[in-house]
Design a protein around this ligand. Structure first.
Ligand SMILES: [Zn+2]
Length: 328
C-alpha cells in the first residue's frame, strides 16, 4: 500500500532529540519557529555544555525558561509526554532542555534534581573531553567514574534521559551496563558509515538497542561524511542502524542550528582542545541537515521499504517510548 507521506508527516509526532544552538542567555529564541514551521513537534534544546562553567549554564537555563514561559501561546515547556501531546493538539511547539556534560553539576549530585525541576529532561556525561564523571570521545578512554555511576542512578531515579553522545567508548558501555532505564545516543552517527571519533561503533549501537534505547541521526556534515548532507548520505546512516538493530532504535537528533547573531569566537578560541585537530572541525562552512531535509529523507526511506510504523518510529515514536519509560 502506498503511504501518503505528506499527511503522515503532518500528523505524526516529530521528535528532534537535540538542537545544536550555542547556549547563551543572549540567544533570541524566536529562532525556534524554524523547527516548528519545519514540522517538528518537540525539540530538546541545550542550555549548557562542558566548555561553559555551571553558573553560565544556570543563567542560560533561567533565560530560556523565562522566555518559553512568557511565550506560552506558541511554546510549551514540556515536563511530561502528556504536555507534548496537548501542545501538539493546540498547535504549539513543545520543548524541554538538555545539558551536554556534567561540569554543569559543579560536582554536586543534588543538581540533577534541581535541573529536572527547572525543565531539563536529558543529560549527557562528558562533552568530548574527560571530566569528573566520565570520559569524552576525544580523550583518553577512561570510563565512568564513581561519581558518574552515582549520576546514572540519580538520573534514573529523578527521571532524566541518560544520553551517551559525546562520551568515550568505555564510558558509554559502563553507562549502558549501569542504567536501569533505556539509554540514548541523542545525536550520534554510525562509525561504520563514516569514520569519526564522535561517531559510534556497532557494539555501542547494539548495547544501546539492548537497553531499549534510540540512536538519533546527527545532521552535521562532518559526522555524516566529508561535509556531506546529501539525502542519500543521511539515508545510508539511518539504514545502517536500522539494519543492525531494527527500525525501533533510530530517531532524529539533528544537532541543527540556524546562523545566530552571537560572538562565540572567544569561548571557542579559549578551549580549542574540545575540538581537536584532525577531526574535521576546521572544515570551512560546515553544512548541516535539519528539519528542511526530512520530507525528502522520508520519501527515500519509504522507497527502501520502510513501512508506516517504521517511519513513525523514526520520526518520534521511538524517542517517545524512551521518554515515557524515563520521565516522571
Ligand atoms: Zn552535541
Amino acid at each position: 500500500m502506498q503511504i501518503d507521506l505528506e499527511t503522515l508527516y503532518q500528523e505524526a509526532l516529530v521528535w528532534d532529540a537535540h538542537a545544536g544552538v550555542f547556549p547563551s542567555p543572549e540567544v533570541n529564541l524566536d529562532l525556534l519557529d524554524e523547527w516548528h514551521a519545519g514540522g517538528i513537534s518537540y525539540l530538546s534544546i541545550n542550555v549548557g555544555f562542558d566548555v561553559m562553567n555551571w553558573r553560565d549554564t544556570l543563567a542560560t537555563l533561567a533565560a530560556y525558561r523565562r522566555w518559553v514561559l512568557d511565550n506560552n501561546d506558541r511554546f510549551e515547556l514540556a515536563a511530561t509526554i502528556d504536555d507534548i501531546d496537548r501542545a501538539r493538539a493546540e498547535g504549539r511547539f513543545a520543548l524541554s532542555f538538555d545539558i551536554e556534560g556534567m561540569n554543569a553539576l559543579n560536582d554536586d549530585l543534588n543538581m540533577v534534581g534541581l535541573y529536572h525541576a527547572l525543565g531539563v529532561r536529558q543529560m549527557l556525561f562528558a562533552y568530548n573531553l574527560n571530566n569528573s564523571a566520565a570520559g569524552g570521545c576525544h580523550d583518553d578512554d577512561s570510563g565512568l567514574t564513581e561519581f558518574g555511576r552515582a549520576l546514572v542512578h540519580e538520573m534514573n531515579r529523578v527521571g532524566v534521559i541518560v544520553d551517551c553522545s559525546h562520551a568515550g567508548y568505555t564510558t558509554t558501555m559502563d553507562i549502558m551496563h549501569e542504567s536501569v532505564k533505556p539509554v540514548v545516543f541523542s545525536h550520534s552517527n554510525p562509525r561504520a558509515v563514516w569514520q569519526h571519533q564522535r561517531n559510534i561503533s556497532d557494539e555501542q549501537i547494539q548495547a544501546c538497542a539492548a537497553t531499549g534505547g534510540v540512536v538519533g541521526l546527527n545532521g552535521m556534515g562532518i559526522f555524516l561524511g566529508d561535509n556531506d548532507i546529501a539525502i542519500d548520505t543521511l539515508l545510508r546512516h539511518v539504514l545502517y542502524v536500522s539494519d543492525l538493530v531494527g527500525p525501533s532504535h533510530i530517531g532524529i537528533g539533528f544537532d541543527y542550528s540556524p546562523d545566530i547573531d552571537l560572538d562565540i569566537g572567544e569561548i571557542l578560541r579559549s578551549r580549542p582542545d574540545y575540538w581537536p585537530a584532525g577531526q574535521q572541525y576546521d572544515t570551512h562552512d560546515i553544512k548541516h541537515a535539519g528539519p528542511a531535509q526530512l520530507p525528502a529523507l522520508l520519501d527515500a526511506l519509504a522507497r527502501t521499504g520502510f513501512d508506516e510504523t517504521a517511519i513513525r518510529g523514526f520520526l518520534g515514536e521511538n524517542f517517545r517510548r524512551v521518554a515515557a519509560a524515563t520521565w516522571q
